[in-house]
Write a protein that binds this ligand. Structure first.
Ligand code: GLA
Length: 373
């Protein structure tokens, strides 16, 4: 179908998270950024009660009846769109019939939040067709609801917020307990951020992710018996040393990750503000070790990819980004040596795992874009 036949071109970005992993749902501060890999929707009003969905990369076509959006949970493709439309409708917004052509260049299952980008852009497209003014934070919250209540992943707010509110050239310093957000220009000096996909699909993500969330709510309940806290991100290191014994394993390890990751985010903010990129690199390395040993969300392939990166002399830090169990890593690499770095990582990782690493050259970009065609 010709893209020119549509009324609007709408997009929402994928994201990387620089640091602050698996702490958004514990009220922590996170540091994501929207990237130039994104989901684009070409959309037009069709004056019917159907949302007709097609894709540039798939032969499937799906039609959703707007008064039966509840019924599409088991679709292979189109369920994220149905969930987003249903939650938008339930929040009291008008959902009009329309034709949507999806063009997504965020690799699925890569930990770069293709699902958040699909949910956010679907809501923006529906709002645009209904001539509604866009409130990005409301859209992020409703997109998160779709992920939780429709797709069944009990996620935090980081991905949808970054996808909706990302700003070109900037990181978001998002406080997930208040939703206060500050933008911080990403100035890496002589270094660049390299995103690498381990290319092992992360099949465990949904069940293991929900398991981690359960573990953290159990740990919170136990610590609330001795501490006046609303979320685990409030636990200080001293408090953890004092009361950690109350938690049996693996809960103690999980909280060790959360407490230390929250500290690392604060240190990373200071490091970035002072231009101390080497310190930021160290923090990325420490974050990965904690995700591997304490939070246990990495896996053989992401660990091998991070190790391959860390053993190149131009790399000052590397870690897994996103939900884990596969997906992408980020590395801070001296800009003048990126090509040599990529070759080293590709060869070392291939030897260790038999998988071919893939590198994405993308920029830090705006979250949402709306263009009239
Ligand atoms: C997934 C979730 C986010 C966040 C990350 C881990 O991407 O959707 O809410 O919890 O994992 O930091």
């Amino acid at each position: 179908m010709m893209k020119e036949n549509y009324e609007y071109k709408i997009s929402a970005s994928g994201r990387v998270n620089i640091i602050g992993e698996h702490i958004d749902y514990c009220g922590g501060k996170v540091m994501p950024a929207a990237i130039s890999l994104k989901n684009t929707i070409y959309v037009r009003d069709n004056d019917s009660n159907m949302i007709n969905i097609s894709w540039t990369t798939l032969n499937d076509k799906v039609s959703l009846q707007i008064d039966k959006l509840e019924e599409y949970r088991n679709l292979k493709y189109g369920n994220y769109q149905a969930g987003a439309a249903l939650m938008w409708q339930r929040a009291g917004h008008l959902v009009k019939g329309c034709d949507m052509l999806f063009d997504c260049n965020i690799p699925f299952g890569s930990g770069l939040s293709s699902s958040a980008a699909i949910e956010v852009s679907t809501i923006v497209a529906l709002a645009t067709i209904a001539k509604e003014k866009i409130d990005k934070v409301e859209i992020a919250l409703i997109a998160q609801k779709a992920e939780k209540e429709y797709a069944g992943v009990n996620c935090g707010i980081m991905d949808q917020y970054a996808s909706a509110c990302g700003k070109k050239g900037n990181l978001l310093l998002l406080d997930c307990s208040t939703l206060e957000c500050e933008y911080l220009p990403l100035n890496l000096g002589d270094y660049s951020l390299v995103i690498t996909n381990c290319n092992k699909p992360h099949s465990l993500i949904e069940s293991k992710y929900n398991e981690r969330r359960l573990e953290t709510s159990k740990a919170l309940k136990i610590l609330q018996q001795v501490l006046d806290i609303k979320s685990l991100s409030e636990v200080t290191n001293d408090q953890f040393i004092k009361y950690g014994y109350l938690l049996e394993q693996p809960l103690r390890k999980r909280v060790a990750h959360i407490v230390s990751e929250c500290e690392r985010v604060n240190l990373a903010i200071r490091a970035l503000k002072k231009g101390n990129i080497k310190l930021l690199g160290n923090l990325l390395n420490e974050s990965h070790t904690s995700l591997k040993d304490n939070y246990e969300v990495t896996g053989k392939e992401p660990d091998a990819l991070v190790l391959a990166a860390q053993t190149h002399s131009a790399c000052i830090g590397s870690r897994l980004t996103g939900g884990g169990f596969g997906g992408c890593t980020i590395s801070l690499v001296k800009s003048s040596e990126i090509e040599d770095f990529k070759k080293h990582v590709f060869d070392t990782y291939y030897k260790a795992t038999g998988y071919k690493a893939e590198f994405y050259d993308c920029e830090i970009s705006d979250g949402i874009k709306i263009e009239k065609i």
